[in-house]
Design a protein around this ligand. Structure first.
Ligand SMILES: Nc1nc2c(c(=O)[nH]1)N[C@H]1C(S)=C(S)[C@@H](COP(=O)(O)OP(=O)(O)OC[C@H]3O[C@@H](n4cnc5c(=O)[nH]c(N)nc54)[C@H](O)[C@@H]3O)O[C@H]1N2
Ligand SMILES: Nc1nc2c(c(=O)[nH]1)N[C@H]1C(S)=C(S)[C@@H](COP(=O)(O)OP(=O)(O)OC[C@H]3O[C@@H](n4cnc5c(=O)[nH]c(N)nc54)[C@H](O)[C@@H]3O)O[C@H]1N2
Ligand code: SF4
Ligand SMILES: [Mo]
Length: 905
């Protein structure tokens, strides 16, 4: 669909692909569930040129800003490169793989022997590859004997999974991306696709531009995705179920129901319609329940009813709610009722978050599924047990994420292995989660980076996993398309693939069935299990890929499932002719319950806190945070608030506010904007204790879950906001990551050659310079102070480059003009304070930089002393005391002397 040259960066950050020289590796983007094909050409120095793969059917060459910047995230700074073990004093020491894995195998086995298999658990991630997930799941569910395997997909896709299973009998997305090109109406529900699935959003925009498709966006706030909408429905939090119930009633009332499809392929229609009618019989009642204008509701109903080719694409505004499963089913019901499913340009479309949330669902990474889309029915347990030759099959569902961490807190789970996720930041009630981690007997963390909030929460053993570009395997995107991630870099240090780490522990625990020789071998077994005694009963069947040779796996083209034994090609769409995965092959209409949010507002917490994403960061920033380009989009954590609420709470635009809930509090920059609805706050999820002070938004979210899916309500926690003042604001630029001193509020961003810290603080100049010196004790310090205007600047030099640069003032100070000085490896000769005072004399102040901070001696005084005859630093010290205490300003004084023509002493 993308024959025309691609646009330059716009609101969605979709960029043009630059041409390349040498033969690249075809791989898949590690960020969102769009699953774009990427061409990576290593530069031989650990980096790579990145371009979109014109032949990948997800993106046809396009990449968004995050994908385009992948080359900037490949550096080894902060990487975990060796297994490490926590010592008695809390520090970590390097250990060998053998000793780390022997210890893990031994301790897991003894905990299982002592407390039973349910005393151990794995918490995995939609950022693992299918092969990683398969081996971990097999180890826990077949050999350790517990189903305590859950994943961050519980926080992400669980409600969509549960809704799909209730309606279709299996977790199946019926449509494909091409439907977004060919629909006449696209409804985005609880999705900011312009920022979170940018390449799909471009496809939607192109359809709108070239075919005149209409776009309806249903969100609680205005976003980049609502800007282009033909109709924007700013719905009340949690109102979606009522809206789609009202729509079902409307479809029935106006003859839009496909009676044949309903009769032949579904069950439960009348019951669900009754429930929908009781909830929202017409547009007027729907408007009341959703906070929308009746005219807008009617317009949406009419548009949906009259447009056969409609795709309803939904994401976290639907999934992450206390009734996420009911919301999902309310949407699916409207598509089932009209038979608009699995047809060209028509269907419900769950937008997957992570690159391999789908693959994780396929292998059984969720605690309530067993493997290969089978559940815990006795015949499935028996079948999978036979296939795996498993000695100790789990016989019942395990604990879902929030319950799992509750069991950790209660001491029921003694050993936890976390791989590819950062629950101390991303789970609700994250402070409690972090505390619970500290109480574990054994906490193993497999990650790419050396320090995260989870690792800091009390890990005992750290296992270095291969990262994107190094690892190799498969991922499945939102349209069921399996694509290869291929390695194009040598694995650094002692990093290993996650699947190999889990398999090694399985072998060391004495289990058969973990002697995989390659990712291809793991994939082949997974594919064979999907087809094992399947005979069409399970939609997830990739038996057609079970016989792939190593070289065929290496060359595997993006393929949609199902792809059954003997089939070369997968299927783009499912269910247009029925054939659902329930015993009677009929889809089921689930009746929605009355809309309800988990927690009511109170006088203490009168606002709803919504949380979500910004365009150019990925989750806890461990990768996207390394890119300077990406950092520039949003430098610091913030809270959006409506002007009326801001006035009531006395918070001001660009000031700071403390946002609190019953669980925790954050201090965030305030953005007053009418794009936010009254009564609601929005804050991004990306900042952790590694990248900011007091901005871990997960700590504020209540741990309330959807009763069916177990997915937490992350978008509607009751909250309060109050102004928070700091005497001064500014920034600190540093060559190395650090924790800013001075009891400061801070947020870190990548800059060229270092790290930029936005600051706000009450500490005075003296406290600051002392703290800076303690960070770089051997550096030469230069200060500049304009007391009248409250400006303070300080720089610490090592040789002739800047190590640390601080600027503070009564209002925010931009670091922009300083970045070139900072990045320079060799500053030009001449007095070093000169650039510190840049731009500060405009107001006519008599400011002169402080050269000697200890005795508060300014450059002007030193210049005067020189012109009055001082010949060397000793004489200046005698006259002004400058340079007589710590001495760090002596080089600066000597430079001033030299510049005045005094010979070096
Ligand atoms: N840039 C970027 N892209 C990403 C990610 C990232 O970290 N950064 N992460 C990826 C992942 S894992 C995921 S899961 C996806 C998430 O992708 P999205 O779901 O699109 O992103 P969110 O910002 O979490 O939430 C979507 C919208 O739901 C709205 N919303 C909140 N409550 C309600 C409600 O009750 N009803 C409705 N209708 N809307 C509501 C929010 O205001 C928000 O605009 O993004 C993926 N893509
Ligand atoms: N309040 C609130 N909370 C939310 C959400 C929200 O909208 N609001 N969204 C939820 C959603 S949808 C999601 S998906 C989660 C995401 O939350 P997390 O999964 O906790 O966030 P990430 O930063 O993606 O964490 C991935 C970790 O795995 C590491 N990693 C990356 N690749 C690999 C690999 O191949 N192997 C190993 N071993 N490690 C690897 C990274 O360095 C990083 O530390 O957050 C959830 N939490
Ligand atoms: S749209 Fe998603 S998969 Fe595609 S380049 Fe952007 S982040 Fe990567
Ligand atoms: Mo997600």
């Amino acid at each position: 669909m993308f024959e025309e040259p691609m646009t330059s960066e716009g609101a969605t950050g979709v960029e043009t692909t630059p041409p390349r020289a040498t033969a690249p590796t075809r791989t898949t983007c590690p960020y969102c569930g769009v699953g774009c094909g990427v061409l990576a050409t290593p530069d031989g120095a650990g980096g790579a040129e990145i371009a979109g793969d014109p032949n990948h059917p997800a993106n046809f060459g396009r990449l968004c800003s995050k994908g385009t910047a992948l080359g900037e995230t490949l550096g080894l700074d902060g990487r975990l490169l060796h297994p490490m073990r926590r010592q008695a004093d809390g520090s970590f020491a390097r250990v060998s793989w053998d000793s780390a894995l022997d210890e893990i195998a031994g301790r897991l086995a003894s905990i299982v022997a002592r407390d039973g298999p349910d005393a151990v658990a794995f918490y995995l991630s939609g950022q693992l590859l299918t092969e990683d997930y398969y081996v971990a799941n097999k180890l826990m569910k077949g050999f350790i004997g517990s189903a305590n395997v859950d994943t961050n997909s519980r926080l992400c896709m669980a409600s969509a999974v549960a809704g799909h299973k209730r309606a279709f009998g299996a977790d199946v997305v019926p449509g494909c991306y091409e439907d977004l090109d060919l629909a006449d109406l696209i409804v985005l529900v609880g999705s900011n696709a312009a920022w979170c699935h940018p390449v799909l959003y471009r496809r939607i925009m192109r359809n709108r531009e070239t075919r005149g498709a209409k776009l309806v966006v249903i969100d609680t706030r205005q976003t980049a995705s609502t800007e282009d909408a033909d109709l924007f429905l700013q719905i009340a939090p949690g109102g979606d179920q009522a809206l789609f119930s009202g729509l079902l009633a409307h479809l029935a009332a106006t003859g839009a129901v496909d009676a044949d499809f309903v009769a032949q392929h579904t069950s439960g229609f009348d019951f669900a319609l009754d429930a929908a009618r009781r909830l929202a019989p017409d547009a007027a009642s729907t408007a009341r329940l959703t906070g929308l204008a009746e005219s807008d509701v009617s317009a949406f109903f009419a548009l949906f009813a009259e447009t056969p080719r409609v795709v309803t694409a939904f994401s976290q505004g639907v999934n992450q709610s206390a009734q996420g499963t009911d919301k999902t089913n309310a949407i699916l019901n409207c598509h089932l009722a009209t038979g608009r499913i699995g047809r060209t340009g028509a269907g419900p479309f769950s937008l997957t978050g992570q690159p391999n949330a789908m693959g994780g669902r396929e292998v059984g990474g969720l605690a309530n599924t067993l493997a290969a889309h089978m559940g815990f029915e006795p015949e499935s347990i028996e079948r999978v047990g036979r296939f795996w030759r498993a000695p100790r099959m789990a016989t019942q569902e395990g604990l879902k994420a929030v319950q799992m961490f509750d069991a950790v807190a209660k001491g029921k789970i003694k050993a936890l292995w976390i791989a590819g996720t950062n629950p101390a930041a991303s789970l609700p009630d994250a402070d409690a989660v972090r505390e619970a981690l500290g109480g574990l007997e054994l906490l193993i963390v497999s990650d790419n980076v050396r320090l995260t909030d989870t690792i800091g929460g009390g890990a005992h053993i750290l296992l270095p996993a291969q990262a994107w570009g190094e690892k190799s395997g498969t991922v499945t995107n939102s349209e069921r398309r399996i694509s290869r991630q291929r390695a194009f870099l040598a694995p650094p240090g002692e990093t290993r693939p996650d699947w190999a780490i889990f398999a090694d522990v399985g072998r060391r625990m004495g289990f058969d069935g973990f002697s995989f020789s390659s990712a291809a071998a793991v994939f082949a077994e997974h594919a064979a299990l999907s087809a094992f005694e399947n005979a069409g009963a399970r939609a997830f069947d990739i038996g057609g890929l079970a016989q792939l040779s190593e070289s065929a796996y290496a060359a595997l083209e993006p393929t949609q499932w199902p792809v059954r034994h003997g089939e070369a090609k997968g299927r783009a769409r499912l269910f247009a002719e029925g054939g659902f995965c329930t015993p009677a092959r009929r889809a089921h209409f689930a009746a929605p319950a009355t809309p309800r949010l988990a927690e009511a507002l109170t006088p203490d917490f009168p606002l709803r806190l919504n949380t979500g994403r910004v365009r150019d960061q990925w989750h806890t920033m461990t990768r996207s945070g390394a890119s300077v380009r990406l950092a520039n989009h949003t430098l610091e954590p913030y809270v959006d608030i409506h002007p009326d609420d801001a006035a009531t709470a006395h918070v001001v635009d660009n000031g700071f506010a403390r946002v609190a809930t019953a669980r925790g509090a954050c201090v965030l920059r305030v953005r007053v904007t009418a794009r936010q609805a009254r009564g609601q706050l929005f804050a991004p999820i990306h900042w952790t204790d590694q990248t900011a002070a007091q901005a871990r938004i997960g700590a504020l979210v209540g741990p309330h879950v959807d009763p069916v899916s177990g997915q937490p309500e992350s978008k509607a926690t009751p909250a309060a906001i109050a102004p928070h003042a700091f005497a001064r604001q500014g920034f600190l630029l540093s060559r190395h990551p650090l924790t800013p001193p001075g009891r400061a509020w801070w947020a870190r961003a990548a800059i060229r050659k270092g790290f930029g810290y936005l600051l706000a603080s009450d500490a005075d100049n003296l406290e600051w310079i002392e703290a800076l010196r303690s960070l770089a004790p051997h550096a030469e310090a230069v200060e500049f102070c304009d007391a009248a205007r409250g400006l303070y600047r300080a720089a610490l030099f090592a040789d002739d480059r800047i190590e640390l640069l601080l600027a503070l003032g009564p209002t925010p100070v931009s670091w922009e003009p300083w970045l070139d000085f900072f990045a320079a490896e060799h500053l030009p000769p001449g007095p070093r304070f000169a650039f510190l005072s840049q731009g500060t004399r405009a107001g006519g102040g008599d400011a002169s930089p402080v050269v000697c901070a200890c005795h508060n001696v300014s450059a002007a005084k030193i210049e005067a002393a020189i012109s009055e005859g001082c010949q060397d630093a000793t004489q200046i010290g005698a006259v002004l005391r400058a340079g007589t205490n710590c001495g760090s300003c002596l080089p600066e004084i000597r430079r001033m002397l030299a510049q005045a023509g005094r010979p070096p002493s």
